[in-house]
Design a protein around this ligand. Sequence first.
Ligand SMILES: Cc1cc2nc3c(=O)[nH]c(=O)nc-3n(C[C@H](O)[C@H](O)[C@H](O)COP(=O)(O)OP(=O)(O)OC[C@H]3O[C@@H](n4cnc5c(N)ncnc54)[C@H](O)[C@@H]3O)c2cc1C
Length: 469
Amino acid sequence: MRKIKIAIVGGGVAGATSAIYLAKLGLDVTIFERESSLVSGPPFCHLHAGGNLYREISDEQCIKLLKQSIDFLKFYPFVVDYRPTVIALPSTDKQSPKQLLLRLKLLTKEYERLIEKDSSNQVLGEPREYFRLYSREDLERLKSKNVPTKPKDSDEWMVAVSQNLDFETVQFPLILVQEYGLNLFRLASGATLILENMKNVTLKRDTEVTNIQREEEGWLVGYNNKQESFDYLINSAGFRTGKIDDMLGVPCKRMVEFKAAYVSHWKSKEQTPFPEIIFHGERGTPQGMGQFTPYPNGYFQLHGMTNSITLYDDGLVVNTSFSCQPKLKKKFIEKIEKSWSQEEIEERTKLAIEHLSRFIPNFSEATVGSKPLFGAQQIPGDDPTLRVAEVSFPTRAYARCEIVKVSSVVDMVKAIKNNLIELEYIENVEENISFSSELLEEQIDSLAQMICRQRDYPSSLGCLNINIS
Ligand SMILES: Cc1cc2nc3c(=O)[nH]c(=O)nc-3n(C[C@H](O)[C@H](O)[C@H](O)COP(=O)(O)OP(=O)(O)OC[C@H]3O[C@@H](n4cnc5c(N)ncnc54)[C@H](O)[C@@H]3O)c2cc1C
């Protein structure tokens, strides 16, 4: 078969993963990325292995997120922070913890089923330990224990929670679930190391694609006053996916949402390992969900799903019949392309600290850790609560990636591979893609920390609380 040439527009997690996967199949791949480094788009810190952060989504979406997260974890083991998540319902919440149990039991069954099908799917621990309940008495018992430096089991993870949570503000039981963290800086590092070493990959950083035209069976891609022919085009341009659709004149329907997470530092807890803690709440109200996401050395990433913290009044936009590109307000584009004002960083980070201090009173002593982690993300269709989406093929030899959660990328690239098989560009080969042995932990770690510094974040954000290796 003729070796086909693939153009990938955008080197975020979708574009970088497509490049790794297709290059491993032996294809000739070129990535165009307008920024100077890969995976520099919106942030991600949750794997979402079961979707337990989203009460409002369907069981089907949660089951799909569980399966996709397991595939993602097997593909990118070095990106995963193996610390669990504690789910708490505030005492003022309309629901009770009992109502969350049905879904958790369903997810446990699904996890068992996936392991029965393929034992290598057992990456979230024993299925019977997928979730555990903690009563107030359990927490009172753990309160007197010493905080372990490296927690080894669920009880050890709960010690820091028992010593810092205000028990009056939450309902019991608390739920500890094997939902892990993701480290975007380690993904940027690992993907860069892999792609820079692949002979059939051309990495064009600082290169914006400005024009694309249909050419016989393929595409003529324009960048930097040059043009180059390709057989197949992958649009993984993130929230700018619509601009590429406009160049091609294909049908579309999508939304784009600007959001931000805040980085805080809690000096007195630099040596205390915490699990992630989620305090559920109604999105868009002052009681919106709070997310307390730990990084090493006392750094915590914070979300507050209110319009004065993570969300913005006018942050969600839709496309029109004239353009596939939803138009974000200038103030958001300026944040993405230039910078934030110091005043707004201070204001929103402090509000985020207050939001979480309602449940963890001593956290009020935390300070601003750095500029926020922020960006705009694409959501295909017209349902803003959609959490699982992969890729569509609106015209021949064109894959349009629109992931909402990063765990969807493995299903996304497999769908692209199937499209290439249908087009008879490649044969159906059973691939077993693994590259962990090619990468040295020290290399990933030092490049991840360097990327943090280059992007003006503390280097601790490039480190894991718990590393499987
Ligand atoms: C605050 C926030 C928190 C989030 N938290 C999570 C989380 O915990 N877990 C999770 O799974 N997801 C999370 N997400 C969603 C996640 O960030 C996105 O789904 C994911 O990053 C999208 O990846 P992508 O590769 O599709 O797009 P991007 O990462 O945006 O990559 C697109 C790339 O294309 C480049 N590009 C665009 N146009 C061109 C062009 N014409 N030429 C060349 N290059 C171009 C851009 O520079 C960019 O690097 C979060 C999003 C936000 C905003």
